[in-house]
Design a protein around this ligand. Structure first.
Ligand SMILES: Cc1ncc(COP(=O)(O)O)c(C=O)c1O
Length: 385
């Protein structure tokens, strides 16, 4: 199998799986219990919290575990707005993940004034538009750190500067950058930041939200006192321990992993561009997550390419995993100005820790062949597009 869909999810690192299996067998205590087996479980949760805090360069008390990256995004936005009832404006971009985008739609229904900041043809948010959109009534700006379909990295430090001028909070969805690029929260300057374990070789169903100390924040899951009363419900202890281990391993492997993955991605990019005519690389040409490659194969339907690759056990994506079954064309690709027929010809390949040179050899052997064959039988000709 050649797995080139690491932005959708990553394989669990074997060391993470071992740690989780050990925890499941050795620690069943409820972390809220005061006797030793409860306290041990709590200590292990806090150890995981410490690994994440260290990786982000923040205090341990500023990290809150959630049930996913999606939940972290929802908590950040709904919680920050709920805690500032006098401010009724929310600003976001047109290319957010559904976790943010659908929350924005929900807020519109609730009577909030929501502004969607457009992006340019590379997927970079329009800072002039943002400057005009933010007012003293803006409670929160949520703009992703890097886009999951394009890989384009957003100018978050600039966004923060604009926000601070008007007293607005800033949230960034860093689900696709954490573990892929080197950053610290303080340099970005955001108040809220979301991450997810299953994008960094950890388990699915666990995420975390960084909340800068002093940020107004209300819970949106109500119940017990877990996560300092912000996220009630007995913790996903095994998932959290796995998340912590995945982050600890990142700390050890990041520089070598990053160099190797980027080298493989460059090989793939150069090979595709040399071997396949009539293609378009989407996203920012340089300021991007190097492991994410989005190509439009003019004249083709991306689904046909995906299925043909799957018969060779090469797995890629037509967009974000969350909109994979959707009939509609990716809102991200339309936002960067692609015509629907070009958007529909777009494949995303995303590399990760477990990819090898052999994977790239196989992809570069099979993909040009598949594209050529499909173009021969395609109703559209690339020249017509
Ligand atoms: C940018 C971005 N935000 C949020 C999410 C959602 O994370 P999770 O799958 O943990 O809910 C994803 C997952 O694809 C993502 O790519």
């Amino acid at each position: 199998m050649v797995y080139l869909d690491n932005n959708a999810t990553t394989p669990v690192d074997p060391a993470v799986a071992d740690k989780m299996a050990w925890f499941l067998k050795a620690h069943f205590g409820n972390p809220s219990s005061l006797y030793p087996i409860g306290r041990q479980a709590k200590e292990l949760i806090n150890e995981a919290r410490e690994h994440i805090a260290k990786a982000l360069g923040v205090a341990r008390a500023e990290i809150y575990f959630t049930g996913s990256g999606t939940e972290a995004d929802n908590q950040a936005i709904l919680g920050a707005l709920d805690a500032q009832p006098d401010k009724k404006e929310f600003v976001t971009s047109t290319i957010e993940h559904p976790a943010v985008q659908e929350t924005a739609v929900y807020l519109e229904k609730k009577g909030y004034q929501v502004t969607y900041v457009p992006v340019d043809s590379r997927g970079v948010v329009d800072l002039d538009f943002l400057r005009d959109a933010v007012t003293p009534q803006t409670a929160l700006i949520s703009i992703m750190h890097a886009n999951n379909e394009l890989g384009t990295i957003e100018p978050i430090e600039e966004v923060v500067r604009i926000a601070k001028g008007q007293g607005a909070l800033v949230h960034t969805d860093a689900v696709q950058t954490f573990g892929k690029i080197d950053f610290k929260v303080d340099k970005l300057g955001v108040d809220l930041l979301s991450i997810s374990a299953h994008k960094i070789y950890g388990p699915k169903g666990v995420g975390a939200l960084y909340i800068r100390k002093g940020t107004p924040m209300a819970p949106f899951i109500h119940g017990g006192h877990q996560e300092r009363k912000l996220r009630a419900g007995t913790e996903n202890t095994t998932g959290i321990v796995g998340f912590g281990e995945a982050v600890r391993i990142l700390g050890e492997k990041f520089p070598q992993d990053r160099e190797r993955i980027e080298r493989l991605a460059n090989r793939l990019r150069t090979g595709i561009e040399e071997k396949i005519p009539k293609i378009k690389l989407n996203g920012h040409p340089e300021n991007r997550i190097k492991s994410t490659l989005s190509y439009s194969f003019l004249g083709l339907e991306a689904e046909a390419v995906l299925l043909a690759l799957a018969t060779k056990e090469i797995y890629v994506s037509t967009g974000s995993a969350c909109s994979e079954d959707a009939e509609e064309v990716s809102h991200v690709l339309l936002s960067i100005g692609l015509r629907p027929e070009i958007a529909r010809s777009t494949i995303r390949m995303s590399l990760g820790r477990f990819n090898s040179d052999e994977d790239i050899d196989i992809a570069l052997r099979e993909l040009p062949d598949i594209i050529e064959k499909l173009r021969k039988i395609s109703a559209f000709h690339p020249e017509d597009i």
